[in-house]
Ligand binder design. Structure first.
Ligand SMILES: [Mn+2]
Length: 246
C-alpha cells in the first residue's frame, strides 16, 4: 500500500491544503483524493492553537468517510472529545481556541460539528496497523511490546508518549525517548513531540515538525520513506522544540 502520513496539523488548514497539493492530491469541490489511489494517514492532534481547527476536522472527517484517510487520535483530540461529551476539562493548551471557533458557529453548526467529531473519534482505533503489519501509525508512538495490545496503558502511551509523571523545570512533562530502544520490524510513524526535521531512529519516524509553532507541516511517503514538507505561516516558538532547549 502507498500512504502519505501527515503529522500534527493543530488547525493549520492552509498548510494542510498546501501539503496535500504538494503530495499530488487533487480537489474535487474540496474533497481531496490522489489520482494514483494513495491514501492519507493522520497521526492526530488535528485541532487547538492554529487558526482553523474546525475546518481541519471537517476535512479529515470527510477524507475518512470517503475511505481516503486513516486517522488515529492524539491527546488534543481526546481532550476535545471529552469536552464535547460535556465533561469538565480545562480550556488551556490550545483547546480555548477551538472552543472559541465553536462558540462563533450557529447552534445547528455546533451540533453538526459535535456529531462529526464524536463519530470520527469513536470510530478511530488507538493506533492503526497497516500494510500487513509492516507499518503502524500512532500519535505519540508505540513500544514493541504494546503492538497488538489495547487497554489503558497503551492508550496513555499512544496519546501522551513515554511519560514519567515528572516535569522539566519549565513545566513541560518529561518524555522518555522510547524510539532509541525500539527494535521492532514494523515501522512506527508518529508525531506529538515537535522536531525541526523528520527524525528517523531505528524503524521509527517522528513526523511532527511543529507546524503550529512556526516549523513545517510534514508528510512521510510510505513505502518510499521520502519527506515532503511545507513551511508554516505561524510565528516561530523556539521553546516548543526540545532539541533547541539550552
Ligand atoms: Mn500531541
Amino acid at each position: 500500500m502507498k500512504i502519505d502520513i501527515i503529522g500534527d496539523i493543530h488547525g493549520c488548514k492552509v498548510e494542510f491544503i498546501e501539503l496535500l497539493k504538494a503530495l499530488g492530491y487533487i480537489s474535487d469541490a474540496g474533497v481531496y483524493r490522489h489520482p494514483n489511489g494513495r491514501k492519507l494517514g493522520l497521526v492526530g492532534d488535528l485541532t487547538d492553537r492554529g487558526p482553523d481547527s474546525i475546518g481541519v476536522v471537517r476535512m479529515v472527517s470527510q477524507l475518512v468517510e470517503n475511505g481516503n484517510a486513516y486517522y488515529v487520535p492524539g491527546n488534543h483530540c481526546n481532550k476535545l472529545y471529552r469536552f464535547l461529551l460535556g465533561n469538565k476539562v480545562q480550556q488551556t493548551h490550545g483547546l480555548e481556541t477551538t472552543v472559541a471557533e465553536l462558540d462563533a458557529l450557529s447552534t445547528k453548526d455546533q451540533q453538526c460539528f459535535r456529531t462529526k467529531f464524536i463519530s470520527l473519534y469513536e470510530n478511530a482505533p488507538l493506533y492503526q496497523v497497516l500494510d500487513n503489519k509492516r507499518l503502524i501509525i500512532a500519535h505519540a508512538g508505540l513500544k514493541k511490546e504494546f503492538i497488538g495490545q489495547q487497554g489503558n496503558k497503551v492508550k496513555t502511551f499512544v496519546l501522551y508518549g513515554d511519560i514519567t509523571g515528572e516535569f522539566h523545570p519549565n513545566g513541560m512533562p518529561i518524555r522518555r525517548d522510547w524510539a532509541q530502544s525500539y527494535d521492532g520490524d514494523a515501522w512506527i510513524v508518529y508525531g506529538h513531540t515537535p522536531v525541526r526535521e523528520v527524525r528517523v531512529v531505528n524503524k521509527t519516524a517522528n513526523i511532527d515538525t511543529g507546524a503550529v509553532f512556526g516549523g513545517k507541516l510534514s508528510a512521510l511517503r510510505y513505502p518510499e520513506m521520502e519527506t515532503v514538507s511545507v513551511e508554516s505561516s505561524m510565528p516561530f516558538v523556539k521553546e516548543k522544540f526540545r532539541e533547541l532547549w539550552d
